[in-house]
Design a protein around this ligand. Structure first.
Ligand code: ISC
Length: 494
């Protein structure tokens, strides 16, 4: 623990005084944010131990670039349903930052390509659909939900900073704020420098796939794929992404999934994915998604078209043959090009330039490989990452083409409340930088049960049986991290 408590406190008290003046002057809530370097060996330990006993925490990691964010508690939040949710969050963040008192006491580079993330951030996500209707499954996950964490640990390679965020209200006494903030700081001082150690394994643990009436059976889902293929061939639309859900329960009923162990497994097996876990009271939405929706850094944007999938081979030669097939398959290339062109068109009005390569590449994950086309560009001045998220979501990698028609069918026929599955989740900072991923290969964990989601792009040449198998490989990432290999389950259960 390398924080200098005395200096830390003096700075904090100065910021509080400044914020109190602004709160009185503008008659509004003022955000204070103080960032200092700290030594934390592994953010996952902090997330999973819940030592601050908060019911709202998040974990975000991109193992490839060695960046981790752990948010604990809530300084302030925005939650809303319905339309204009992207712009509502945009306006909220702008307003909050307008008079914020921000101090960063570290010298970590903010200008390099993969910068250290620090200062106040807004972290959260959106539901897949704009509609306000939701099932009991997604209770507590509204149309948009973002938090400014009370405490944020941010690690990039060897460096970690901790940011403390707090809202000063115009009508609270300064001494009360000082008391509260000093208490939180003294809790920060008891941090231990430990790495995450998984809990005891459960060799005897059994998992049961529960037939949940709210989801389509495998046969009904294949039937839906078949109907969609016919509609596409008749020219009603061009592409649709159909998803399905499965529910898994631990046996005996007293067993509980351990979120730390799940995330730990995901991060060690999916190094080129975005690992995420968001807590809402006793439930967690978590996953390892390979799909970046948008990253903005110093006005440069990066995104990707990810569509077209195949399994991994058992041997190097088989793997390469499968990849070759991916790169040459007319059906998969068509499915992929729909996504590239929709992303390119969505970016055009918001960017000064956008470029991408005509030929897709292969992205290899533990159990699946995909066609990928990275896109890069320059954001126009005054445009924000949330403008980009709004323009892009849902891309035809998770929705379809034309978008409106595909979304209508998904809502009517899929018989699945997607909730936050396949939706944008991520963060934005006070300097216009941010990153959103598409929440795929994900699961909603609720004590003894886990609901998993997977979908695939359907085009004119899709085969229902093959698409069904594809959802099974996609479930595998989450299944393995829950402690069961998909191969050990009877096929009819899936
Ligand atoms: C909708 C999912 O994957 C999308 C992303 C990559 C490849 C896809 C595909 O090949 O169908 C899907 O468009 C999912 O994993 O649930």
């Amino acid at each position: 623990m390398k924080v200098l408590p005395g200096l830390f406190q003096d700075t904090l008290l100065r910021l509080l005084q400044q914020a109190h003046k602004r709160a009185e002057q503008h008659k509004k809530d003022i955000l204070i944010s103080l960032t200092v370097p700290i030594t934390v060996r592994d953010g996952l330990t902090l997330f999973s131990s819940n030592r601050y006993q908060q019911d709202s925490q998040f974990f975000w990691e991109h193992p490839q670039t060695q960046r981790t964010l752990v948010g604990i508690g809530c300084a302030t939040r925005i939650q809303l349903d319905g339309g204009s949710r992207f712009q509502a969050v945009n306006a909220y963040w702008k307003e909050l930052l307008q008079h914020a008192v921000i101090q960063e006491e570290h010298t970590l580079s903010l200008s390099s390509g993969q910068a250290h993330i620090s200062g106040p951030i807004l972290f959260g996500g959106f539901a897949f659909h704009e509609t306000e209707e939701k099932s009991a499954l997604w209770e507590g996950f509204p149309g948009a939900s973002f938090v400014v964490p009370l405490i944020l640990f941010s690690t990039h390679k060897e460096d970690t900073t901790v940011t403390f965020n707090y809202i000063v209200k115009p009508d609270t006494a300064l001494y009360r704020d000082e008391d509260y903030c000093v208490t939180i700081f003294s809790q920060l001082l008891v941090l231990q420098e430990e790495t995450y150690t998984p809990g005891a394994s459960h060799p005897e643990r059994e998992l049961l796939i529960k037939r949940d009436k709210q989801f389509l059976t495998a046969d009904d889902w294949k039937q839906l794929v078949s109907q969609s293929v016919q509609s596409i061939r008749q020219g009603e639309y061009q592409k649709i992404v159909l998803a399905r859900g499965i529910k898994i329960e631990l046996q005996p009923a007293t067993e509980r999934f351990n979120i730390g162990d799940i995330v730990n497994h995901l991060r060690h097996h999916h190094s080129n994915a975005y690992i995420f876990a968001l807590q809402h009271e006793k439930r967690y939405f978590c996953g390892a998604t390979p799909e970046l929706l948008i990253n903005t850094h110093n006005g440069t944007i990066h995104t990707m078209a990810l569509a077209g999938s195949a399994p991994r081979g058992q041997t190097l030669a088989e793997d390469q043959n499968i990849a070759m097939h991916l790169l040459q398959s007319k059906k998969l290339l068509e499915e992929h090009r729909f996504v590239v062109s929709a992303i390119y068109q969505a970016l055009q009005p918001l960017c000064a330039s956008v470029s991408y390569s005509e030929n897709p590449e292969i992205l290899r994950l533990e159990n699946v490989q995909h066609l990928i086309t990275p896109l890069a560009g320059k954001l126009l001045p005054m445009r924000t990452i949330l403008d980009l998220v709004e323009a892009l979501h849902p891309t035809p990698a998770v929705g379809g083409l034309p978008q409106k028609k595909a979304l209508e069918i998904i809502r009517q026929e899929e018989k699945l409340d997607r909730g936050w599955y396949a939706s944008p989740i991520g963060w934005l900072d006070a300097y216009g930088n941010g990153e959103f991923a598409v929440a795929l290969r994900s699961s909603l964990i609720d004590g003894q049960s886990a609901t998993l989601f997977a979908g695939c792009g359907i085009v004119a040449d899709s085969d229902p049986e093959e698409e069904y198998k594809e959802t099974c490989w996609k479930f595998q990432a989450m299944m393995n991290s829950l402690g069961v290999g998909i191969s050990t389950l009877p096929q009819q259960d899936l």
